[in-house]
Design a protein around this ligand. Structure first.
Ligand SMILES: C[S@@+](CC[C@H](N)C(=O)[O-])C[C@H]1O[C@@H](n2cnc3c(N)ncnc32)[C@H](O)[C@@H]1O
Length: 195
């Protein structure tokens, strides 16, 4: 049997599967190859909606192809714009957001997320999140600027008030070579956790 919990993506997937429900409104703030968008589109069902952002044509095309292949394109609004404009594109409240920082795998490395735009996007996202909504931000520390981006995002999350948000960090503390880390939060005041 293969490992079920040896990287940040597996942790993210477990949280998505646990907390994203049919009919939810979700955001993939960094579409990339479209894997998270596709997973969210499956989880929200026909009555749900996913807003998927990326600044690059290539990422939007890859995500569109993946969705079309799975017949999920009708549930997803693909937006070629910076996630800093999240408030302009999303009219209502959201249940779940995911950010995968860094650059598009196999793509143009200079086009990557930046801490100030990520934080500005998260600040705007907090204003449209429902009680019980969750954000996950996965930071890759290995590339140039990645460690600084992780530190800035972490500092921002650490400063959020405990009476409004449950803020956490998930990291593999015995792995070498700076593995990705997921930082996230739950907006407090949602429904009690059910088994
Ligand atoms: C690590 S990749 C995302 C991987 C993706 N989650 C997947 O499942 O394949 C990061 C993506 O963020 C995009 N990006 C960089 N800056 C952005 C911004 N300001 N707004 C939206 N997307 C951005 C990049 O173009 C890149 O495709």
């Amino acid at each position: 049997m293969s490992d079920r919990l040896n990287n940040a993506s597996q942790f993210n997937k477990i949280l998505m599967e646990r907390f994203v429900a049919k009919g939810n409104v979700c955001v993939d703030a960094t579409a990339g190859n479209g894997y998270d968008t596709c997973r969210l589109a499956n989880l929200v069902g026909e009555e749900g909606e996913v807003y998927s952002f990326d600044v690059q044509d290539d990422a939007i095309l890859r995500t569109r192809d993946l969705l079309t292949g799975e017949g999920l394109q009708g549930r997803v609004k693909l937006i070629q714009d910076t996630h800093e404009n999240i408030d302009i594109h999303i009219p209502g409240e959201v249940d779940f957001l995911i950010y995968n920082l860094g650059y598009l795998p196999g793509g143009d490395k200079p086009i990557k997320t930046e801490s100030h735009t990520t934080i500005s996007s998260v600040e705007k996202a907090l204003k449209i999140m429902k009680h019980g909504a969750i954000i996950l931000v996965t930071a890759y520390r290995g590339h140039q600027g990645g460690l600084e981006e992780y530190r800035s995002v972490k500092k921002y999350f650490e400063g959020l008030p405990q009476n409004s948000y449950n803020v956490f960090e998930f990291s593999f503390i015995n792995q070498k070579n700076d593995p990705p880390i997921t930082i996230g939060l739950e907006v407090r005041g949602g429904r009690t956790w059910q088994r």
